[in-house]
Design a protein around this ligand. Structure first.
Ligand code: SF4
Ligand code: SF4
Length: 316
């Protein structure tokens, strides 16, 4: 698979980035061995950037995939910590569990922060300190807010941006897809590396997956797109699409007919509402003492699942 320079980082990445969130307990709940086999298959076919996060609980899957693998692979993780000490703990844990002395990218996980540089100033400072210690190669920002991506374009220490974008704009918290695309282009002009997330809006655009992926790949400044993949067929179809090959209609028709959904095990739901607070898309409400999802508004981001103390929310 071809390599694209990731901004001014010096890294050259495969445009198809393996998004590991769906493998883990917040979504499909694959074992580390099952998930690791999928990741390994993608690596052997040329993918070289794996995207994870403290929240995703997929370090064991990545570790399994990398066992005995000698090829090139970059690892990107994220910390959602609100203070410096926890951010350090998150990075140390990632290093330990991934078996690395240095992470290639650590994002300030600013998904739901309109101004992460003000709201998480001490976290950014700590990440930069850890970069100085040699534990992080590049500091990045993941964002669902256009305002945050615009600020990242002007921030001298941010080297990689991981923005949410898809052709419908679903999940963008303060504007349209066109406005996010402009912010992405501004980041690229200032030398940031960019790999996008939620090109399929967490599964909502699966029925038009090919068109949706091409839309994001075609945005000026986008170097790569993180895609969650749960089967060998999906990995191979995406690799072919990203390489510009003629798509296999039969395979894509099968893939585009899949529908993933948020499942709340309401029998055990306590109606506490933590999930409702965690959802920035107004896709959840408490109805008759139980959480209920509005599927039309849900982007399957998994934040509600992470917030549920009863572990009662899954993407299936
Ligand atoms: S309901 Fe859950 S998965 Fe859906 S958008 Fe809200 S937080 Fe994300
Ligand atoms: S956080 Fe979990 S237990 Fe609480 S309302 Fe939501 S689904 Fe129910």
């Amino acid at each position: 698979m071809k390599r694209i320079p990731l901004g001014n980082t010096g890294m050259h990445i495969s445009p198809l980035v393996f998004g590991t969130l769906p493998l883990g307990p917040l979504q499909a709940g694959l074992s580390p061995e099952e998930g690791g086999r999928l990741i390994r298959h993608a690596l052997e076919l040329g993918v070289n950037l794996l995207d994870t996060a403290e929240l995703y609980e997929t370090y064991p899957h990545i570790r399994a995939a990398l066992d005995g693998y000698a090829g090139e692979v970059y690892l990107a993780s994220k910390t959602h910590a609100a203070d410096a000490a926890l951010a350090r703990d998150h990075v140390e844990r990632a290093l330990r569990e991934l078996g690395r002395e240095r992470l290639d990218i650590v994002h300030l996980h600013g998904a739901r922060l309109a101004d992460p540089f003000a709201e998480r100033a001490e976290v950014l400072e700590e990440l930069l300190k850890m970069k100085g210690e040699g534990k992080i190669a590049h500091v990045g920002l993941s964002a669902h807010y256009i305002s945050a991506v615009r600020k990242a374009a002007e921030h001298p220490e941010i080297e990689v941006v991981h923005p949410l974008i898809n052709q419908t704009g679903m999940g963008i918290l303060d504007g349209t897809a066109a406005e996010m695309a402009e912010a992405i282009a501004a980041c690229s002009r200032s030398g940031k590396g960019i790999y996008a997330m939620k090109a399929l809006a967490g599964g909502n655009l699966i029925a038009e997956a090919r068109q949706s992926l091409r839309y994001v790949l075609g945005i000026a400044g986008v170097d790569g797109v993180a895609v969650g993949m749960l089967s060998i067929g999906e990995i191979e179809a995406n690799l072919a699409l990203f390489a510009g090959a003629e798509p296999d209609e039969a395979v894509w028709e099968t893939l585009e007919k899949r529908r993933r959904r948020l499942r709340i095990m309401d029998r055990f739901c306590k109606g506490c509402g933590f999930c409702v607070t965690a959802c920035t898309n107004d896709a959840l409400a408490i109805v008759d003492g139980k959480a209920q999802v509005d599927e039309a508004a849900c982007i399957l981001c998994g934040y509600c699942a992470a917030a549920c103390p009863e572990f009662m929310i899954r993407v299936v």
